[in-house]
Design a protein. Structure first.
Lengths: 1256, 234
């Protein structure tokens, strides 16, 4: 490609990223799906192969009814083509994994180098009582649990598992059990809860149960080469197996025979010995008896003698005791007397002392009393003296007081006189004062008259003088002349007379004044005399007051002194009285004491005399007693001798008795032992004889060994794995084709649109001389690179993701190891080639037409595609009713056919996928529901320890209060059903009542299925299908060792969980010549009762081995199937991706193609919503159409997928619920709405100016 | 007569990244009701900007635009849509018919969204397409398509008919007939018609000629005696 074009192409990619991504995504989705699904089977197979090779699954498994010895194992190991041979043992046993629930566990011995467990937790067992447990069924928490072998296990099992309990030390996957199946068991309910592997030492066994062989030069498991090589080796192994089986038989037979012979010889020896020994024992016993009888009579004589001696001794003893008593009494008396004498002496001594003390006391008391009295007397006399002094003082005081009182009275009188004198002096003084005052006033008035007379005279003088002068002046004569004039002389006279009167008056006044002055001086001296007298009087009064007070104090003092004196007198009188009393008493007391002392002296003298007498008597008594004692001692000695002789006798007698008893016991024991021993010996011998007889009989029956040589094909897990993994491969065809188709369509429409857009550019390029190929290369590059990138991403995600998811889902069957990825070079090339073919092919197809045109034609704008009438328009009534916005949509829808197809396929595909996804859920999720609500109607099954007869079962029914409607007795076992197309191991159910009515509903779509009659069998649907049989075909039922039955299929019934074959008891009886063991009871729980509780209760019954509650099974199945939800999720995600890509692409094209149209209607004034409706209506119509088509496609796709999904032991009803259809439809439309909403902003961004542009 | 369309100092600046382009500045003019106005100017003079603004397809930077009493320049986007819907008829240079609708349906497309539409058939008849109602655009000639476009614009009964180079894609004669139709519509129905063209020959037929150059209004001339279309030559 030219560089410029490449650049142009790259730029194109950048500018139209959405479109590019759409191609990339759809191609990625297609490739992812295709490659992912395609890779599943190889990946799973690789995982399985790796696992089997690593864990070294056996190539051959050998079984023999007689078991194998180590020599047998060695013989196989010695073969050249065998790389390893290991003997192994296995057994089922009842135990409790969770406390309280008894389950069946299958135990295998660990084999070195073959069937290696793959440890997932914990460690490998190291001790015999440790085990590895099943990682599939048990959680890690069981590590540490001890699986104890329950009591209910039979003896053989308990012996085989000799450790009694096995501690789980690790969890592991076991290659022998590749899938979830653990086989069935004859114990308990028949279902095996888990498998454990125990070290070989943990088993106590005589012979190996099986041998595993690992062969040399084996090809990869599941390969054809492997099968070829195996077939090649088979004959050799089988031949050796038969040979060893024969050897084993012979050795067992010979060994047994030899043992029998030895035993017989031993028995006859035994008899002989028995008889001999019996005789010897008899003789010995008789001798012993005789000896014992003699001893008995001797013993009796001894006993009698002993009793007589005892009696004599007792009498002596009594006599002695009497004597002793007497001596003791005498002794006591003497002791008393002696005591009395001693007491008397002591008493006398005490009396003497008392007397002496008394005397001393007496004299002391006397002296004290006298002293005391003398002191008292002296004190009294002193008191008397004091009193008399006091009294004299008092009398003196009294006298003085009286004098003072008299003086005071005198003083008072004097004072009164003084006062009176004073008062008269004062009155005199006041009179004198008043006289003085009057004379004063007279004097003052005279003074004033004098003054005014003087002033008048002075005036007259002055007037005279002035008159003289004036006249002198006027007359001019000297004054003296004038004065001589008459007038002046009269005036002179008058004046001089005035002056004379005045002078008289003045001397009178002055005499009055002198008189007054002397009177005043007289008054003043009188006043001073009065004041002095008053003061004197005052002082006299104060002194008198003082005297009076002193007198009162003196009186009080005297009164106190008087009181004191009286008290002293009283005291003295009391003292006298006391003194006299004390003296009298002391005298009396002293006299008494003296009398008493004198009496004591007399008494004392008597006592002394008495004592002397007592002493003499005592000496006599003592002598008597000594004699008596001597006598007693002699008696005692004699008695003691007798006693010692007697004491020895009982011991001797007892010894004799014991000896005799022992003798008897020995004798009896000996006899019993001998009897028992001989009886035992006899029984033993007889048993041995019987045993030998039995053994001989058994040996006769010993059969030659039946051997089986099994290959891996007979291992359920190994065989199923191959077929199970191929399921996905089948599905992987349809889905990817579908996706690739849509991818091609997306590419085509996209590229076509692109070429249309770049038409002019192509024309120009062409005109410039580029070749068609070069121009084409740009577009091929565009789509090719998108496809390549998409493929790379899709492939990576698909190949890693899808197988992982599928493996997760398969985990409920396998899941033994993480998924391996197988290298798939072919798949890579196919995926990429298909992707490129799709995208580039589509590009080429869409470019080819354009490029064929002439350059000139291309440069011109493409003539707009003519509007066309669509068929709808011819239905006028309908068409007229459509608004032409709908008309436009209708025409557009039908205008581009490839888009229509792409849309319908894409959207339809989306709906179809959703339908399928939900449909798978619908089909599978209800399996458990349907099974347990429509088919298996009973609530729980009780499995008995042993088979029951009708009557024992009836008893059982009665015990738990069931009627025949509540419970049904059946045989429940397993059988292999064989048809020309294969063999299947299924559950066999035989009803004791030839009907299962009410407990299991046998029906199919057409109605009820009749219970099988003679030589007929009813098979469950899934079983019939996988065996390829239908009603009327013959199948063989293989019942293990019991043989086989030929039966005709009389009906096929619906069944979803597990596979069942139903048979009549008659067929079983007649064909196998044996009754079917009725081991199971189907029970309807009592109304309102909890089946679990009822079941738990029943388990306590010792006849009941197990109870399986259907609700529990239902839960288990449900949880197993819930993993299928992954499928639904994957499908929904794919559907969404598909829908989004297709819708985005179409919308994108629709919008870009019609930018001009959209701009125009915007200019015309369409609102946003109207514009959106105008554009998207078309897509909505296509979505609805596509979804409707998709619903149909979904039904078909679902049917196809369901046909591919086959899980052994499960049958699925193929159905899709109406709700699922509805949800699928709605979800698809929802995707459409989401895309529409997402594209709205793009519409909004379209510029109206686009409408003005010229057409390019 | 009142000033029906008024531009007052309109300025439009486009911003393209860093660059600012002044497409229109100080554009002031008025058109009276019932007039046929031709806006003429060379390419890039700002005619289309002017038309876009008047047609409610674009906003302006400065100034005010009135139609009657309404100020267009103050409208919200939603109001602008309604304005286009009810008040404006638009005739495009390239007709812009919806290819999937017949002539009649194209007219109906416009008629159905407005309040007082004219009868689409009648309108089509009035533009001389009475016989071609059921034809798809691809089955019509350019002139016929433009007539359908005009009919579509008229059917909305707009207050203002805007024509963007209505003859641009047509030949001489067809162009003339279209112009004649427009002149007739203006005269007969008293409709205000604004034609935008670079062809100055068309000015002769106008009542009012507005010359635009370099983003501004150069002159506004009233033509007292507009010539009949037949007399115009170019």
């Amino acid at each position: 490609m030219v560089k410029t074009l490449l650049r142009s192409a790259l730029r194109e990619i950048r500018q139209s990223a959405g479109r590019y991504l759409a191609i990339l995504a759809i191609v990625g989705l297609g490739v992812g799906f295709f490659a992912g699904l395609r890779a599943c089977q190889p990946d799973m197979m690789a995982t399985g192969v790796k696992y089997l090779e690593e864990q070294k699954l056996y190539d051959f498994r050998l079984l023999s009814t007689l078991g194998f010895t180590q020599e047998d194992v060695d013989a196989f190991a010695a073969r050249e083509d065998v790389s390893a041979a290991r003997g192994a043992v296995f057994t089922d046993f009842l135990t409790e994994i969770e406390a309280g629930t008894q389950v069946v566990v299958k135990a295998h011995s660990l084999t070195e180098g073959i069937n290696l467990p793959k440890l997932t937790a914990g460690r490998m067992p190291q001790a015999p009582d440790e085990c590895l447990a099943d990682a599939r069924y048990l959680p890690e928490s069981v590590i540490g649990t001890v699986l104890s072998v329950a009591e209910e296990n039979d003896e053989d099992t308990r012996e085989l598992l000799h450790c009694g309990g096995y501690t789980i030390v690790g969890l592991a996957w076991f290659p022998y059990y590749l899938n979830y199946e653990r086989g069935t068991s004859s114990l308990g309910s028949g279902s095996v809860a888990a498998v454990v592997y125990i070290p070989e030492e943990g088993f106590a066994f005589e012979a190996y149960h099986e041998i595993y062989l690992s062969m040399k030069d084996m090809a990869e498991p599941y390969s054809e080469a492997y099968d070829l090589r195996r077939d090649e080796l088979e004959d050799g192994v089988e031949a050796l197996l038969d040979e060893r089986a024969e050897v084993r038989y012979t050795s067992i037979y010979d060994e047994a025979m030899e043992e029998i012979n030895d035993a017989e010889a031993e028995i006859s020896d035994g008899w002989e010995e028995y008889h001999q020994e019996k005789a010897d024992a008899e003789t010995e016993l008789d001798d012993a008896y005789r000896e014992l009888t003699d001893g008995e009579s001797d013993y009796e004589q001894g006993q009698r003698d002993y009793e007589q001696g005892q009696k004599d001794y007792a009498q002596g003893q009594r006599d002695y005791a009497d004597g002793q008593q007497k001596v003791a009494d005498a002794q006591k008396e003497l002791d008393n007397a002696r005591q009395e004498v001693a007491d008397g002496e002591a008493e006398l001594a005490d009396a003497r002392k008392e007397l002496d003390d008394g005397w001393e006391e007496y004299y002391q008391a006397k002296a004290d009393a006298e002293q005391e009295l003398a002191d008292a007397l002296r004190k009294l006399q002193d008191g008397e003296q004091e009193y008399n002094d006091g009294l004299a003082d008092y009398n003196d005081g009294l006298e003085k007081l009286e004098d003072a009182e008299a003086e005071i009275v005198r003083g008072e009188r004097e004072l009164q006189n003084g006062q009176m004198e004073l008062n008269s002096a004062e009155a005199e003084l006041a009179d004198a004062w008043a006289k003085l005052q009057a004379s004063r006033q007279q004097l003052d008035a005279a003074g004033a008259q004098l003054a005014s007379g003087k002033a008048e005279l002075d005036q007259g003088e002055a007037e005279y003088q002035a008159g003289l002068e004036a006249a002198a002046e006027a007359a001019g004569i000297p004054i003296e002349i004038i004065a001589q004039l008459p007038e002046f002389a009269a005036a002179r006279a008058k004046l001089d007379a005035g002056w004379a009167e005045y002078n008289t008056n003045l001397s009178k006044y002055e005499a009055g004044e002198r008189e007054y002055q002397s009177g005043y001086a007289q008054y003043q001296s009188g006043e001073a005399q009065v004041i002095a007298a008053r003061q004197e009087l005052q002082a006299g009064r104060a002194e008198l007051e003082r005297g009076r007070k002193e007198l009162a104090d003196g009186k009080k003092e005297l009164a106190d002194a008087k009181r004191q004196l009286d008290d002293a007198r009283q005291e003295l009188d009391d003292g006298w009285k006391e003194y006299n009393d004390g003296k009298a008493e002391a005298d009396r007391e002293l006299a008494d004491a003296y009398q008493k002392l004198m009496d004591g002296e007399a008494e004392y003298a008597d006592g002394v005399q008495e004592l002397e007498d007592g002493k003499a008597k005592l000496a006599d008594g003592e002598q008597e007693l000594a004699d008596a004692q001597k006598e007693l001692t002699d008696a005692r000695r004699k008695l003691d001798d007798a006693k010692s002789d007697l004491d020895k006798a009982p011991g001797e007698l007892a010894d004799a008795r014991k000896e005799l008893d022992d003798g008897w016991k020995e004798y009896n024991d000996g006899r019993a032992d001998a009897d028992k021993e001989f009886a035992d010996a006899e029984t033993e011998l007889r048993d041995a004889e019987d045993e030998v007889a039995d053994a001989r009989e058994k040996l006769k029956d010993l059969r030659h060994a039946t051997t089986y040589m099994l290959t891996r094909e007979e291992n359920t897990g190994y065989a199923c794995f191959e077929s199970d993994t191929s399921i996905v491969a089948a599905i992987s065809v349809v889905f990817p084709v579908f996706f690739f188709l849509v991818a091609a369509l997306v590419c085509m429409t996209t590229m076509k649109r692109m070429v249309d857009e770049e038409r002019t550019q192509i024309g120009v390029l062409k005109a410039m001389g580029y070749g068609s190929g070069q121009i084409m290369s740009k577009y091929l590059f565009y789509s090719g690179s998108a496809a390549l990138l998409g493929s790379a991403i899709g492939y990576t995600l698909g190949v890693t993701g899808l197988p992982w998811i599928i493996w997760e889902i398969y985990g409920m069957i396998y899941g033994f190891a993480p998924l391996e990825h197988a290298p798939l070079p072919a798949l890579v090339s196919i995926s990429f080639a298909a992707a490129l073919l799709c995208s580039m092919g589509a590009t080429w197809l869409s470019c080819r037409m354009e490029l064929k045109r002439q350059a000139s034609e291309l440069i011109r704008p493409k003539t707009p595609r003519a509007g066309k009438r669509v068929f709808l328009e011819y239905i006028t009534p309908l068409w007229k009713r459509l608004s032409f916005l709908h008309k436009v949509s209708a025409r557009n829808v039908l205008r581009y056919r490839s888009r229509l197809v792409m849309m319908v396929l894409g959207i339809g595909g989306c709906t179809a996928l959703l339908c399928t996804g939900f449909g798978i859920r619908d089909s599978i999720a209800h399996v458990a529901d349907d099974q347990f609500s429509e088919i298996t109607l009973y609530d729980y099954a009780v499995t008995f320890q042993d088979g029951q007869t009708q009557s024992s079962a009836a008893e059982y029914l009665e015990r738990y209060g069931w009627t025949e409607d509540d419970a049904l007795l059946v045989h429940n076992g397993s059988v292999d059903v064989q048809s020309p197309e294969g063999t299947k191991s299924v559950y066999l159910v035989i009803s004791s009542a030839d009907s299962l009515e009410g407990f299991i509903s046998l029906h199919n779509e057409e109605g009820p299925v009749a219970y099988p009659g003679k030589d007929q069998v009813v098979l469950s649907g899934g079983l019939a299908e996988s065996l390829g049989v239908s009603v009327g075909d013959t199948v063989t039922l293989l019942a293990g060792k019991m043989g086989s039955m030929e039966t005709v299929v009389s009906g096929i019934c619906d069944n979803y969980v597990f596979n069942y074959a139903y048979l009549s008891a008659q067929t079983y009886r007649e064909q196998l010549e044996e009754e079917a063991e009725l081991n199971t009871l189907y029970v309807m729980a009592h109304e309102g009762a909890d089946p679990y509780e009822e079941g738990a209760l029943l388990l306590e019954d010792e006849d009941v081995g197990a109870v399986s509650v259907n609700a529990a099974t239902q839960d288990r199945v449900d949880s197993m199937l819930s993993r299928l939800d992954y499928i639904v999720l994957v499908v929904v995600l794919c559907a969404a991706a598909l829908a989004f890509i297709v819708l985005y692409n179409l919308t994108n094209i629709n919008v870009t193609e019609r930018v001009r149209e959209i701009a125009t209607i915007k200019v015309l004034g369409f609102h946003q919503n109207e514009v959106a409706a105008y554009v998207f209506r078309e897509i909505n119509i296509l979505s609805v159409l596509g979804s409707l088509v998709g619903l149909g496609m979904g039904k078909a796709l679902h049917a196809f997928v369901m046909a591919q999904i086959r899980i052994d032991s499960m049958t699925f009803a193929c159905r899709i619920a109406p709700l699922s259809y509805f949800i699928s439809f709605v979800m698809t439309l929802l995707f459409t709405v989401i895309i529409s909403l997402g594209m709205r902003p793009r519409l909004r961004r379209i510029d109206m100016a686009e409408s003005l542009k010229s057409i390019e | 007569m009142s000033k029906f369309v008024r531009f007052e100092g309109v300025k439009k600046v486009y911003r393209m990244g860093e660059v600012e382009i002044e497409a229109l500045r100080d554009a002031t003019f008025a058109v009276e009701k019932g007039e046929l106005c031709v806006i003429v100017g060379p390419s890039g003079a700002g005619k289309t900007t002017l038309l876009n603004i008047l047609g409610g397809m674009d906003t302006l930077t400065e100034g005010r635009v009135f139609l009657g009493e309404e100020e267009i320049s103050a409208y919200t986007p939603k109001q602008l849509t309604n304005y286009r819907r009810h008040d404006i008829g638009f005739v495009f240079q390239f007709y812009n018919l919806v290819p999937n609708l017949t002539a009649l349906e194209n007219v109906e497309l416009a008629a159905q969204i407005c309040k007082h539409p004219m009868d689409p058939e009648e309108v089509l008849r009035s533009v001389g397409l009475g016989e071609r109602l059921g034809n798809f655009p691809a089955q019509l000639s350019g002139g016929e398509q433009q007539r359908v476009a005009i009919a579509r614009a008229l059917a909305k009964n707009p207050q203002l008919l805007l024509c963007d180079e209505p003859t641009g894609a047509l030949d001489y004669h067809t162009g003339k007939s279209i112009l004649k139709l427009l002149q007739l519509m203006s005269r007969k129905n008293g409709m205000t018609v604004i034609i935008i063209t670079h062809n100055s020959a068309l000015t002769a037929m106008a009542d009012r000629v507005i010359q635009v150059k370099n983003g501004t209004v150069l002159s506004v001339n009233i033509n007292d005696r507009p010539a009949p279309v037949e007399e115009i030559e170019w």
